[in-house]
Design a protein around this ligand. Sequence first.
Ligand code: PMP
Length: 359
Amino acid sequence: MNRLFNFSAGPAALPTEVLEIAQSEMLDWHGKGLSIMEMSHRSAEFVSVAEGAEQDLRDLMNISDDYAVMFLQGGATSQFGMVPMNLSQGGKVSYINTGVWSKKAIKEAKRFADVSIAASTESSNFCEAPLQSDLSIDSTANYLHYTTNETIGGVQFDYIPDAGDVPLVADMSSDILSAPVDVSRFGLIYAGAQKNIGPAGLTVVIARKDLLGNPLSTAPTMYDYAVHAAEGSMHNTPPTLAWYLSGLVFQWIKRQGGLSAMAELNHRKASKLYAAIDASDFFANPVAVRNRSIMNVPFTLADSALDKAFLTESEEAGLLNLKGHRSVGGMRASIYNAVPEAAVDALIDFMADFEKRRG
Ligand code: PMP
């Protein structure tokens, strides 16, 4: 077996231990004579897996009974539409624009609601998040939406916006489970699974129950949160394999010591990588220090003509998927929960060596 270090932004690295458990259970799940993905989603066996995963997520994030936890499909992109379909009442909504993913969410919301922009960092090239004092939130808006971590720009909020009585909605796709978060501050949280949760194909939604049940009359049944919440995310056939694997990841995070332990490790990994970038004139990261993401670290080389060589040689050194997003170029190291500290150490060593040889 030869598992290399994987810095992919998503689908991303999964804990090897989780894959080993899945492998050992693949053909015959718990002596039942079939795999988990061959079972009915309504079987007692799968329901126990599904409920266990939900409980483990509730434990990890300290989610109270005031919130519904849903395991849906369609990716975070579907949530860009599902949120306004369910929470906007067709009226006013407010969005913070911090980059590519917020922009996509705003574009979809405009189909259903009257969108105002509470703040945008576009004029500073999306290299920071706005300060609380920069936010102008319409107090009559039905919610305020923001992206906690811009996966492409590598810009992460260092605080939870205070929206007063306006429910706060967060796209946490790329930093959910990376650190403890006070869920009670949010009306709704959503996240595509393929970074810190599990494999692609699953989207987790955590929603305050009192906000549900008032979708646009034109919203299809599959886009009504209340239906999914009432039916345990089994209105139709859920992505059972992805749900099961995500449950194994939740158990793995618990074994690592939960979200505070993950946060400590993630901060250590990110700090040393940013320190290496800052210590060199050859590598650079443009993001304001307070908003540097602990999950996605974009960086450029002083001479972009060397990008190709950097990518080829890093891959030869066993460091995979360091190419930056096609919209921005350069490099990006995604260092999610399952990326071990040894991977970051190996990357830093490679960068120093590359600079010495080519810089
Ligand atoms: N929001 C953020 C912050 C993301 O990083 C992504 C995917 N990289 C998405 C939304 C879209 O997710 P999906 O591909 O699951 O629709």
